[in-house]
Design a protein around this ligand. Structure first.
Ligand code: NAP
Length: 487
């Protein structure tokens, strides 16, 4: 059995492109990128709701080798980020490597030949030596099942599946949820709708967003003196790492951050009753901290209401809350987030001895070795696999750390001949995960709140419990002794 490509990358979002850029940089052009949609961009292609923007500064949230001097703002909006991704893809000639509309449904490891059989929805089979799965942790919309949902006669859509053809102007609209997506949607639709009701289950911590436009002389400076761009990026990186300490046990920084957020709330919301409802009751960082300058002021508008009474059910005309009040709507927007901690990958992954990765992960929660490789599934690496998420800085940095490790992996694999494979040792993977879970002790994520970081058993399968400097150090090189090497 012959391979078609050395590497098969799944997904052409940030993760898949980080992988492709690295392979290309190292002169490895034997790779294909399978992309289920017709365009690159992943989450930045799919999320097109009004106000969609990144809450990590753009100079940091970008490819390390493809810095952009032209960012128009500190925190860029979705269209600009998508344009940047497309520009890098075109500049680096990556489109020729991408197989669009190729939705991978199954991966099967063929032990005899040490390769993966990759099958897409149309039944097309491709053989690759190694798979890099970069399907993204936040692309499966969480759509809660409310009683009577099917009875509602108005328009319903999820924030990640925004219907641009539906005109919200002059409509009575409900937004369910107050997470990162909701706080960007609410201030952007409030001025055009007739009435907006925001259903909040848990108040979020919201910090001021230090956003600003870049004057053209700054863009010119970033362009002509790239070192200034790099230095500026470094500065943001270290600032975020410093504030990240608030999440991993530094109570002083956490307490200062909490006070700043409460001051932001007090300054921005006039009505004391609304302010009280918007005041979080759990430790800052336990759920993702949000950044916004225009979310809170939306509640000063006469046409915006914050509803904290729980939803009982939906009716034909609207939403009935548990106090017996019926609120009538033309449209209901589900800003209810994503399924991240529960395993709902679309691809079946069959490893050694016919093991099925998804059913194993469903039983014990998603686990990997350094969030990247999994015992029993050789020659497979995940970009942003289990426990690689962050609450304080750019995930692109994590992806690039993973590619340091994967690059070493590929080099070692190449030396094993055509049928070779590398399989991480099960006991080391178990020890690693035990230590990872132990490291959550004393972090904000263990302070007792419900979030998308935790699975149904309360296990944190999504976040990395330390700062990103630590992750970069851990993944600087492949630790060969952790692998069974079959040559
Ligand atoms: P999210 O943070 O998970 O927020 C979901 C919201 O829906 C929460 O307020 C949640 O309430 C509420 N909710 C869920 N189920 C509900 C139910 N059955 N009844 C009532 N309320 C319900 O989702 P998101 O806002 O889409 O953001 C998800 C993640 O995507 C973020 O944390 C972030 O990592 C990423 N994101 C990033 C950006 C960016 O700027 N970079 C923008 C958007 C999203 P509870 O809090 O009570 O559970």
């Amino acid at each position: 059995m012959k391979i078609d490509y050395q590497v098969g990358i799944i997904g052409a979002g940030f993760g898949g492109l980080v992988a492709a850029l690295r392979l290309q940089k190292e002169g490895n052009n034997s790779f294909v990128i399978f992309e289920r949609a017709a365009e690159v961009g992943g989450t930045w292609r799919d999320n097109v709701y009004p106000g969609c923007a990144c809450d990590v500064p753009s100079h940091l949230y970008s490819f390390a080798d493809e810095l952009n001097p032209n960012w128009s703002r500190a925190f860029s909006t979705q269209p600009e980020i998508l344009e940047y991704i497309k520009a890098v893809v075109d500049k680096k000639g990556l489109r020729q490597h991408i197989r669009f509309n190729s939705d991978i449904t199954s991966l099967k490891f063929v032990e005899e030949y040490g390769l993966w059989e990759v099958t897409d929805r149309n039944g097309t089979i491709t053989h690759v030596k190694m798979v890099i799965a970069a399907t993204g942790p936040l692309n499966r919309p969480n759509t809660p099942k409310f009683k009577g949902m099917e009875l509602f006669e108005g328009k319903v859509f999820h924030s990640a599946e925004w219907d641009k053809s539906y005109d919200l102007r002059g409509k009575r609209v409900a937004v369910i949820g107050t997470g990162a997506s909701s706080i960007q949607i609410v201030p952007n639709i409030a001025p055009i709708v007739e009435q907006l009701t925001v259903y909040q289950r848990t108040a979020a911590w919201v910090q001021m967003r230090p956003d600003h436009a870049f004057p053209s002389f700054m863009q010119g400076l970033f362009k002509t003196v790239p070192a200034v761009n790099t230095l500026y990026r470094e500065m943001i990186y270290w600032r975020n790492e410093f504030f990240g300490k608030a999440f991993v046990g530094n109570n002083m920084i956490n307490s200062i951050g909490s006070k700043l957020a409460l001051r932001h709330l007090k300054k921005q919301v006039h009505d004391p009753e609304t302010r009280k409802k918007l005041t979080p009751t759990y430790k800052m960082g336990c759920k993702r901290v949000l950044v916004s300058n225009d979310y809170y002021p939306a509640f000063n508008r006469p046409n915006v209401t914050l509803e904290t009474t729980p939803i009982q059910e939906w009716t034909a005309n609207g939403i009935l809350t548990t106090d017996g009040k019926l609120h009538e709507f033309d449209a209901i927007i589900l800003a209810t987030g994503f399924v991240a901690a529960e395993i709902e990958l679309y691809t079946t992954i069959i490893g050694l001895n016919n093991r099925d990765l998804l059913s194993e992960w469903r039983k014990k929660g998603a686990e990997a070795y350094h969030g990247t490789t999994v015992s029993g599934y050789p020659n497979l690496a995940f970009i942003l696999g289990p426990n690689t998420g962050l609450g304080h800085t750019s995930v692109v940095h994590m992806m690039e750390s993973q590619m340091n490790y994967i690059s070493d992996y590929l080099k070692l694999l190449e030396k094993q001949g055509s049928n070779g494979y590398l399989d991480v040792k099960a006991d080391l993977q178990d020890q690693h995960n035990q230590s990872l879970q132990d490291q959550f002790e004393g972090t904000v994520w263990q302070s007792g709140c419900q979030s998308w970081y935790l699975n149904h058993e309360g296990k944190n399968t999504t976040l990395y419990p330390r700062l990103t400097v630590q992750f970069r150090k851990e993944l600087k090189h492949l630790d060969k002794s952790a692998y069974v090497v079959v040559g």
